[in-house]
Each structure stands twice: as structure tokens, then as C-alpha cells.
Design a binder for this molecule. Structure first.
Ligand SMILES: [Zn+2]
Length: 333
């Protein structure tokens, strides 16, 4: 009897000591850390979604700009117009947790593009007198086409002569004395040409006039086409694209575009690998409704690695990239 009582007493002691001790150690070692379920949300006008706090109860929900979006007492957000705002959830622990909300108006952005496209006839026929001679700034990934024109006829800043630059000896260019490109293109271009040679023994040259081209040169090409056919390029987006663009519309005027000469395998290699060096094949046969230019397996443009990777991995052309990632940004606020 005495033994049983002792065992019972011991068991009770164990139960009453272990249980509370266990509980407090768990709490002390891993205190619950509160977090917000969404830190950033990209969405469109009219979207609804929930943002919640985990690990602490929410005491208050606040939207910085209530004209952009609203929130109810359960964390349900509804977007109202294009713009940027923040949702701040204050926890019962006294801390604030923020979710950035970016509301886009993609419908409006694509309407803007169609408005610009309908403008193309006017801009395509600008005469040299309407294009003042002035230097201009360019940057990788800038959009130059029938509707996004370079309205000056001088020279862009940043050009270098290939013959004066540290370009790979594996690249040949036809107009040895006059070929120019943007300085920042030289290194990625050299690396790309070397890689193509090392990986597949592919060799490349730049065709005559395949680097930077002046407004006058490009416009001469254009005027020749117009002389042959006055309606040339009237509707480039719906006619399968053209091969020659007006002086104000040529990417070659930036110094970022290059026309190569290569074997078919060489062009294939560029199409699949050029994005790693910041280049894109600019004109695909299935994108003429966006570019207005027919398939050009030889024309590559330096747009920088980030833009090139996005275009390549999503299978989109630069016009679509602008529609998706740039024009939507303009719509904010
Ligand atoms: Zn070209």
C-alpha cells in the first residue's frame, strides 16, 4: 500500500511538473513570428484579394491611398484605379506589416498602342525638314519603330568606331573604316561572338551598313522604296510587315542594332543564345502585327540582359514587352 501511494505521488508530480514545463519551454524557444501573407501584389483595376496577418491578430487595416484601393475589416482588398499604394496591417502585437499594391490598367495600355499604330502613316512620311539636326540620347531597350520615332537627325551619343575598339578579332565587318556601334555593345558582342565560335565554330560578320546608320542613309533607302511604290509601308502591321523603315523609325540609328551575315546554323545559335549577352532577335515572322517588320533572321538588337531574358523566355517581341511592362507603368497615377 505504501509503495503504491509513493508511485502514485511520483506520477502526479511528474504530470504536474512535466506538462507546464514543457509548454513554457516551447513558447520560449520558438516564439510565434507574425508575418503578412502578401508583401507585394501586382493586379488590375477591379481585382479583389485577401491580405492577412499570420502569427498575430490584426488590429487595424489601412490603405495609404484610398483612391487606388480599399480594404475591409477582414483584409479584403478591392482595387479601384491604376496607381501604387500600400496596405498597412497593424498587429495586436503593436507592429505594422506592409503590402505594396501596384494596380495596372492593361486595357488602357493596349488602347494607347492602337492609337499610336493608327498614327503611323503620319510619322512614317516625315520629311528631312521636319526632323531637326540635333544629337540625341539613346539607351539599351529603347523602342524605335513606325510609331516610336527618333525625331532628330543628328548623331546619338556614345558611338564608337569598331576599328578603334577592343572588339573580338573573330568578328569581321564589311565597312571597316566607318562601322560604328554604341560603346556598351562592344564587350557583350565580343563575348557572344567568341562563345558562338567556341561552342559551334560559328563565324559572323557585320554587313555593310549593318551597324549605326544615319537618318540620311536610312531615309534614302526609304525614299527609294516609296519611289517604287508610293503606298509602301502604309499598313505595315496588317500586311505581313515591311523590310525597309523610314529614317525616323530605324533601330540602326541608335547604334544598338546589328545586321549579321552568318550561316543558317549561325543564325540559329544567335536566336537561341543571344539573350545571354543582352541581345534579342528583333523581328520574328509571327510578330509582324506588333513590329510592322517581316522576319529578319540577321537583325539583332542589344537591349540589356534583363529585357533580353524576359523577351526570350516569354516569347515576346519588344513591342509586347513595352505593352506588358512599360506602358502599364505609365498608367500609374
Ligand atoms: Zn537591321
Amino acid at each position: 500500500m505504501k509503495k503504491k501511494a509513493i508511485i502514485y505521488l511520483l506520477l502526479c508530480c511528474l504530470l504536474f511538473t512535466i506538462v507546464p514545463v514543457k509548454d513554457t519551454t516551447v513558447e520560449a524557444k520558438t516564439p510565434k513570428k507574425a508575418y503578412i501573407t502578401v508583401k507585394e501584389k501586382n493586379c488590375e483595376i477591379g481585382d479583389m484579394f485577401y491580405v492577412k496577418l499570420k502569427g498575430s491578430k490584426a488590429a487595424a487595416y489601412n490603405i495609404a491611398d484610398e483612391t487606388v484601393a480599399s480594404v475591409n475589416t477582414k483584409g479584403k482588398v478591392k482595387t479601384k484605379r491604376a496607381g501604387k499604394t500600400k496596405l498597412v496591417i497593424t498587429g495586436k502585437n503593436g507592429k505594422d506589416y506592409t503590402c505594396r499594391i501596384n494596380v495596372y490598367d492593361t486595357k488602357r495600355a493596349s488602347e494607347q498602342i492602337s492609337e499610336k499604330i493608327s498614327d503611323c502613316k503620319i510619322t512614317a512620311h516625315l520629311t528631312p525638314e521636319e526632323v531637326p539636326y540635333e544629337a540625341y540620347s539613346v539607351k539599351p531597350g529603347m523602342l524605335v519603330n513606325f510609331t516610336n520615332i527618333i525625331r532628330k537627325s543628328g548623331t546619338p551619343k556614345g558611338l564608337v568606331y569598331l576599328k578603334d575598339s577592343e572588339i573580338t578579332r573573330k568578328l569581321v565587318w564589311r565597312d571597316y573604316d566607318t562601322c560604328r556601334l554604341q560603346k556598351e555593345v562592344i564587350r557583350p558582342l565580343s563575348e557572344m561572338i567568341d562563345a558562338a565560335y567556341n561552342e559551334g565554330k560559328h563565324k559572323y560578320s557585320i554587313i555593310s551598313g549593318g551597324g549605326y546608320r544615319s537618318f540620311e542613309t536610312q531615309n534614302r533607302y526609304w525614299q527609294r522604296r516609296m519611289g517604287e511604290n508610293p503606298s509602301y509601308g502604309d499598313d505595315p502591321y496588317h500586311s505581313g510587315g515591311v523590310i525597309c523603315v523610314p529614317g525616323v523609325s530605324s533601330e540602326h540609328r541608335t547604334g544598338y542594332a546589328i545586321d549579321f551575315d552568318a550561316s543558317e546554323q549561325g543564325f540559329d545559335w544567335l536566336e537561341k543564345n543571344s539573350y545571354k549577352y543582352g541581345f534579342i532577335k528583333r523581328y520574328y515572322g509571327n510578330k509582324t502585327e506588333y513590329t510592322g517588320v517581316m522576319d529578319e533572321p540577321y537583325h539583332f538588337t542589344y537591349v540589356g540582359k534583363a529585357v533580353a531574358l524576359t523577351c526570350y523566355s516569354e516569347g515576346i517581341c519588344l513591342e509586347e514587352y513595352y505593352e506588358k511592362y512599360v506602358y502599364a507603368e505609365y498608367e500609374k497615377n
